[in-house]
Ligand binder design. Structure first.
Ligand SMILES: O=C(O)CCC(=O)C(=O)O
Ligand SMILES: [Fe+2]
Length: 576
């Protein structure tokens, strides 16, 4: 035991000589073809898109008859020549970003999607066979929704981590550098920020795009930029569009003086501008009446603080219960699990080294073919702003105990660690004690908004009589280079993912009262691939395993004392 707070490193040192508890399982690789779905919600799918594009471009560039791409286009034709020219230009752009960052860096991922929706579009229309080539290479083509999701991700990163517009434009995310954006992509971000009700961000991005376009206007492309993504020269209609929309953003913010000035400026440049026509109407109807802004709320300060903490700082203030302990296994004598206690109310702790790399690879392989987008709520805001509200941006899949021995082993290990029942048979009727393992991979700026895990409604049949999710056991299946912490704003907890560890917390106290301090979130990922797996354990079958404590305000540790003294009486037949 250690009476002080144990940082991860200290804990590791403390536990170095402890009993090993991990089981190494044989890996049987199963390859499943990639399903078609929205791509921005998964970093893995984005990486596949980048790799697929690069190899296809190389094939087109190197082979005159495009044999390597299996496109039977016969002898060189005009469209073939166009295709090769396109491939050459695009390869220059692709080659300017290091391979590892091609889809990982938020700007690179966004520009990749942008290229598919704007630059590839004409080429794909001219050579429709390319669609088949992409799909035979297992690469799904992105959609407009991907673009919107990627922009929402960039804006989220900007807001949560307080990154300036200039830094994001230049590709600098708190020191993680990548490709710069172009004035037109900056305009696209400003436009979406406007329709998402992020008016302050919208004004900043539109003004930024406008300045860049203005300084480029009238110059030759080579003088303007060395950025291969940059389209170079902007005509007065594009500039007028930015001015008109900027005017509208000011009008929604309630700054009519500024909005009127921009209206006049836009009118002088392009008398028929559509944005300006809307602005004229809005100046009459006054959508953001003086002092009443339709601006979406800022990210709470504590959320930004928790998401940006140094990796080792898990709690706001060190207290007496912040210590490491070796928790005995339920099933095996002498086996101990390395636990770092973060909080008593709600009870929250980190378990170290509870899942092996080979098991992690196995879970990822098992879930690969069935990953689908996690539920996303498309909220409707007031007026026409607030069109997108991305509560959770990730892909997920479910693994049942009955589906594979590794999954069952993991489920059994959770039982061994938590001393709670984790039955899950996916039976059509009758209660279960736990859900299947939910495996998640996050995408561009991927996050999960603040929420609590307790479920009360819309339950599947097998859980309808199971009570509630009493505890959450969250495995980290990857490290995350930057961002992606799990944070509890009310409890002041911030946990950086470390591959092989798990975060455990109790959604209800031993008296079965919901703990609103379990409100938590997954911070947006800046760099790296974030993989996690949730095991949610229910009331059913655990009534005696997690009894009420001796006092009204008994903690998890009090009930563990009771359970531990009765450990021999806990039935072992929960796994047939
Ligand atoms: O990814 C995380 O850090 C949190 C995930 C989570 O809270 C959930 O899936 O319910
Ligand atoms: Fe959660």
């Amino acid at each position: 035991m250690n009476g002080k707070l144990c940082t991860l490193n200290k804990c590791r040192a403390l536990f170095t000589n402890c009993t090993a508890v991990l089981q190494i399982l044989l890996v049987l690789l199963v390859t499943v073809p990639l399903g078609r779905s929205v791509l921005y919600t998964s970093s893995v799918k984005m990486a596949e898109l980048a790799a697929g594009e690069a190899s296809l471009l190389k094939a087109i560039d190197s082979d005159p008859l495009l044999d390597a791409t299996h496109v039977t286009v016969g002898a060189p034709t005009t469209s073939n020549t166009d295709l090769k020219r396109f491939a050459k230009t695009r390869l220059k752009v692709v080659g300017s970003t290091p391979e590892a960052n091609r889809a990982d860096h938020p700007n690179a991922a966004f520009l990749l999607l942008h290229a598919f929706l704007h630059k590839w579009q004409g080429t794909l229309q001219q050579t429709p066979e390319l669609h088949t080539v992409f799909s035979t290479h297992g690469v799904a083509l992105p959609s407009q929704e991907d673009m919107e999701g990627a922009i929402a991700g960039i804006l989220r990163l900007q807001r949560v981590y307080n990154i300036s517009t200039m830094d994001i434009y230049a590709g600098n995310y708190r020191g993680f550098t990548g490709p710069a954006l172009s004035p037109l992509t900056a305009f696209a971000i400003g436009r979406q920020a406007f329709s998402d009700g992020l008016l302050t961000n919208s004004v900043e991005w539109l003004q930024f795009a406008l300045n860049k376009m203005r300084s480029a206007a009238g110059k030759a492309k080579q003088e303007v930029t060395s950025n291969p993504e940059d389209d170079g020269v902007y005509n007065k209609f594009q500039i007028a569009n930015a001015i008109g929309l900027l005017g509208r953003a000011y009008a929604y913010k309630g700054d009519y003086q500024k909005a009127r000035e921009l209206y006049a400026e836009c009118k002088a440049l392009d008398g028929n501008n559509a944005e300006n026509a809307v602005l004229a109407h809005e100046l009459k109807t006054r959508p953001g009446k003086a002092g009443v802004s339709l601006e979406k709320e800022a990210i709470p300060r504590e959320m930004s603080e928790l998401c940006s903490r140094p990796k080792q700082q898990t709690v706001s203030k060190i207290q007496h219960f912040n210590r490491c302990r070796l928790k005995p296994s339920l099933f095996l004598p002498y086996v101990r699990y390395k636990e770092e206690i973060l909080s008593l109310e709600p009870y929250a702790s980190i378990f170290h080294e509870v899942i092996h790399d080979t098991e992690i690879e196995r879970l990822k392989a098992l879930v690969k073919g069935q990953m689908t987008r996690a539920n996303v709520e498309q909220g409707k805001g007031e007026g026409h702003v607030g069109a997108h509200s991305y509560v959770r941006t990730s892909d997920l899949g479910w693994l049942w105990d009955t589906g594979h021995p590794t999954v069952k082993t993991i489920s059994r290990r959770v039982q061994d660690i938590t001393w709670l029942n984790t039955h899950n048979y996916n039976a059509p009727v009758g209660p279960d004690s736990a859900e299947a393992l939910q495996v998640l991979n996050y995408g561009i700026g991927g996050h999960y908004n603040v929420h609590v895990d307790n479920l009360q409604s819309d339950l599947p049949l097998n859980l309808q009589q199971s009570g509630t999710r009493i505890v959450t056991f969250l495995f980290y299946l990857s490290d995350v280079d930057m961002g992606g912490y799990t944070v509890f704003p009310k409890a002041g907890i911030s946990v950086a993912p470390v591959k092989g560890t798990a975060l455990f917390w109790c959604n209800v106290n031993p008296a079965q009262e919901l703990q609103d301090r379990t409100l938590h979130a997954g911070c947006p990922v800046i760099k790296g691939h974030k993989w996690v797996a949730n095991k949610w354990i229910w009331t059913y079958g655990n009534e005696y395993r997690r009894p009420c404590g001796p006092y009204p305000n008994s903690t998890q540790l009090d009930t563990e004392d009771i359970t531990f003294s009765r450990r021999h009486y806990i039935p072992r037949d929960s796994f047939p």
